[in-house]
Design a protein around this ligand. Structure first.
Ligand code: SF4
Length: 383
């Protein structure tokens, strides 16, 4: 099998026919976002499925739809409400972009989801592959997808070496994806493009998996170069190892009358628009730091240090539990915090766990709430 744009019609037909038949017999047909042409639902599922597995997405997808059943309800919701429904699913820029895109669809497209793949691609948070998937499943468009699973299948089948995140490798894989698309005039099968696209997704998720590919059950095995050459385990070429820079930060769990202090993060940057614990440099003096916020605190305890890995760096987190002894009049008081647009809030830990918080903050809170002793000490001291 030759790669890139040189794929012959017979190879292209082999792929389409094998994949479509396999999907109809062995693929997934009852996922909550299947069997619909509702572009809103298709779009929501495709965004949630970016970098996230089906099993994780399903409960979030259902809950999100209950809260925001259509474009209008999503566009008119506050960002906080949207983030709260997304909380725990990770990659929060997806939720911010979803909200922004819903507002744009209302204002620029009269509330109707655009049909053209090129127009879909201009929506915030929608890349080339996601736009194609929405176009296929919502409108039956003939467009090629190339998500992580599909890159893996093509790298193996066509023996493409090189890390798929590199531009020249990705370009080659896109050429393959385009060349393999079933042609409309040669494909009399009803819904062929939907089944072909779903087949690629299902094959990558269930057969041609990263760690344990089941080549014995794979419909593409007769033409697969990696299988023939016994190099399935080394393709696709892994991301070149690079040592992530490391940073440190202290997260402050400030407690007053059983409630904890949360700060809204700016919308740009890590954990954008999420509620987080106040953060400071590890070498700063925590008492002085809190004085600047207008609160006088005492250090109750230090929790276990742990690491959280972002794409570009590793963050070592030092959680500190602090108790408020007194506060300057008006500073961070419930009255001051009830002002609209306020970036601070006191919340009961159990309510904070339901809010839009990043996963490391969730971890700190869960650890804190599981320790009954500190809670009792604090509650007594508050009275
Ligand atoms: S034969 Fe194996 S490596 Fe090749 S596509 Fe199928 S599962 Fe993947």
């Amino acid at each position: 099998m030759s790669a890139g744009g040189d794929i012959s019609d017979s190879i292209s037909n082999f792929f389409a026919i094998r994949l479509i038949h396999w999907q109809r017999q062995h693929g997934r047909h009852h996922l909550p976002w299947q069997n619909t042409r509702d572009a809103y639902r298709v779009w929501l599922s495709e965004i949630m499925l970016q970098q996230t597995q089906v099993g994780t997405v399903i409960p979030y997808y259902r809950r999100f739809l209950q809260c925001f059943p259509d474009m209008q309800s999503l566009a008119s919701a506050s960002l906080d409400e949207v983030m709260a429904q997304w909380s725990g699913l990770g990659y929060y820029s997806r939720a911010r972009n979803l909200h922004k895109a819903a507002q744009r669809i209302m204002s620029e497209h009269g509330g109707t989801f655009p049909e053209q793949v090129e127009v879909i691609r201009q929506l915030p948070g929608v890349g080339r592959s996601t736009a194609a998937a929405i176009g296929v499943f919502a409108f039956g468009k003939r467009a090629a997808i190339l998500d992580g699973n599909v890159k893996r299948i093509f790298s193996r089948c066509f023996g493409i070496e090189g890390y798929p995140g590199e531009k020249h490798v990705e370009t080659q894989l896109w050429q393959i994806a385009e060349a393999l698309l079933p042609k409309r005039d040669e494909s009399p099968i009803e819904r062929d493009i939907e089944d072909y696209t779903q087949a690629l997704m299902d094959l990558g998720a269930t057969i041609c998996t990263r760690a344990h590919p089941r080549c014995g059950s794979c419909p593409l095995r007769p033409e697969c170069i990696a299988f023939r050459d016994n190099c399935v385990g080394s393709l696709p070429t892994p991301r070149p190892r690079k040592i992530l820079p490391e940073r440190e930060a202290a997260l402050l769990l400030v407690v007053a009358q059983g409630k904890i202090l949360l700060e809204k993060r700016p919308s740009a940057g890590i954990w954008g628009a999420l509620w987080s614990l106040p953060e400071m440099q590890v070498n700063e003096n925590v008492i002085e730091y809190c004085m600047q916020l207008g609160i006088n605190v005492r250090l109750i305890s230090r929790m276990e240090v742990f690491a959280h890995t972002f794409t570009h760096f590793k963050l070592w987190i030092y959680p500190l539990i602090l108790q408020v002894i007194s506060r300057s009049p008006g500073h961070l008081s419930p009255e001051a915090l009830s002002q609209p647009g306020n970036q601070w809030v006191w919340m009961m830990p159990e309510d904070a766990l339901k809010a839009a918080i990043p996963s490391p903050v969730r971890k700190v809170l869960l650890q804190y709430t599981s320790q009954t002793e500190p809670l009792e000490i604090l509650a007594m001291a508050d009275n």
